[in-house]
Design a protein around this ligand. Structure first.
Ligand SMILES: Cc1cc2nc3c(=O)[nH]c(=O)nc-3n(C[C@H](O)[C@H](O)[C@H](O)COP(=O)(O)O)c2cc1C
Length: 338
């Protein structure tokens, strides 16, 4: 490992926090981040995270057990804050003594952070925050580490780029807190840059989605290898009353269908057939279903091909271990050259 000594030194706090050789997380990706990819990432020295998504507590229970059977290295579980059974899912994580829980998709509901950190098997809590003020609040109220994720990323995104978030958040937080940077990272040179700015590690999604160990359908992977950065576009919001979190995905027929779905849900809101909460849940369920169609069924026309802008740098299927070693070597080379 000494061949990466500069990178490892800058990652030290992150590695210690995660309990992994390298402070490289594979961000949770619904349908993609299941037992095979998660265990492969952790076995290769990175940090895998199970995407719970819309899973029931029973399914999550099975997924954690199955992942454990494939790795004795630490891994995390990503829970979506708006999941109706959030507290039951937290209890499942506790039952399995999961070491790290990532809370994504919104502000953690009251009592959730306490539930994760209390109990027989307290876990570390990783949070996301789109603004510096919210980041400080979450880190004050129990968050152990923060992921800042720029709009270059695949999946649900905020409005600000990774480079701007890094400049805004890292000088304020890096001395006293653990900050991981995500969004648009395709090469180790970028990792070196963020580590030098004070990040303790990074999170990648798109780069790992098409790894050899990823169960994503062959069609899904081929679409990624064909795509350029500019093909990964953010969804548009059609109705100002219906706040839809934009999603970055490869442009296809499914992108247009999503616009139609938004109109349909906005119409139901208009006619007061559903409340805002329900409207947003319907949108989220739509995404989960569309992503499944692309990832599992291989329907790359109508399904959702969630992908970040780094997709243009993906050319072939590679084993997770090779991807991680390449990223580390590129980072080390960049740091050595400076
Ligand atoms: C196909 C796909 C599905 C994703 N699903 C989720 C998810 O379910 N929950 C979540 O918190 N983030 C999700 N993400 C975001 C990733 O966890 C990660 O933060 C992001 O991909 C990092 O940016 P990058 O794609 O530029 O590497 C998803 C990303 C992709 C590409």
């Amino acid at each position: 490992m000494s061949e990466y000594s500069k990178t490892l030194r800058l990652m030290e706090r992150g590695r210690e926090f995660l309990g992994s050789d390298y402070a490289i997380l594979c961000g949770a990706m619904s349908w993609v981040s299941e037992r095979n990819l998660v265990s492969a990432i952790s076995n290769a020295g990175g940090f895998g995270v199970i995407a719970c998504g819309a899973m029931t507590p029973e399914l999550l229970d099975q997924e954690i057990a199955a992942t454990r059977a494939l790795t004795d290295k630490p891994f995390g579980v990503n829970l979506i804050t708006m999941h109706p059974d959030l507290f039951d899912l937290i209890a499942v994580c506790e039952k399995h003594a999961v070491s790290h829980v990532v809370l994504a998709g919104g502000i953690p509901p009251k009592g959730s952070v306490e539930a994760i950190k209390g109990g027989k098997n307290p876990a570390k809590v990783i949070v996301f925050a789109p603004t510096l003020a919210l980041a400080k609040k979450l880190l004050r109220s129990g968050g152990d580490a923060l992921v800042i994720e720029g709009m270059e990323a695949g999946g649900h995104i905020g409005p600000v780029s990774t480079s701007v978030l890094a400049q805004e958040f890292l000088p304020e937080l890096a001395d006293d807190h653990l900050v991981f940077v995500a969004g648009g990272i395709g090469r180790g040179q970028a990792i070196a840059g963020y580590l030098e700015m004070g990040a303790v590690g990074v999170q990648l999604g798109t780069r790992f989605a098409c790894a050899k160990e990823s169960i994503a359908h062959e069609n899904f992977k081929k679409a990624f290898f064909r795509a350029n950065a500019r093909d990964a576009i953010a969804s548009v919001q059609v109705d100002p009353r219906l706040p839809v979190i934009p999603v970055r995905a490869l442009k296809n027929k499914g992108t247009e269908e999503f616009t139609a779905k938004q109109r349909e849900v906005a119409g139901s809101l208009d006619r007061e057939e559903i409340a805002m909460n329900e409207a947003q849940l319907q949108i989220e369920h739509y995404w989960a279903g569309a992503l499944r169609r692309a990832v599992i069924d291989g329907d790359v026309e109508n399904g959702s091909l969630m992908a970040g802008q780094s997709v243009g740098m993906l050319k072939e299927e590679e084993p997770v271990a090779d991807i991680i070693q390449k990223l580390m070597a590129q980072s080390e080379e960049a740091l050595t050259r400076r």
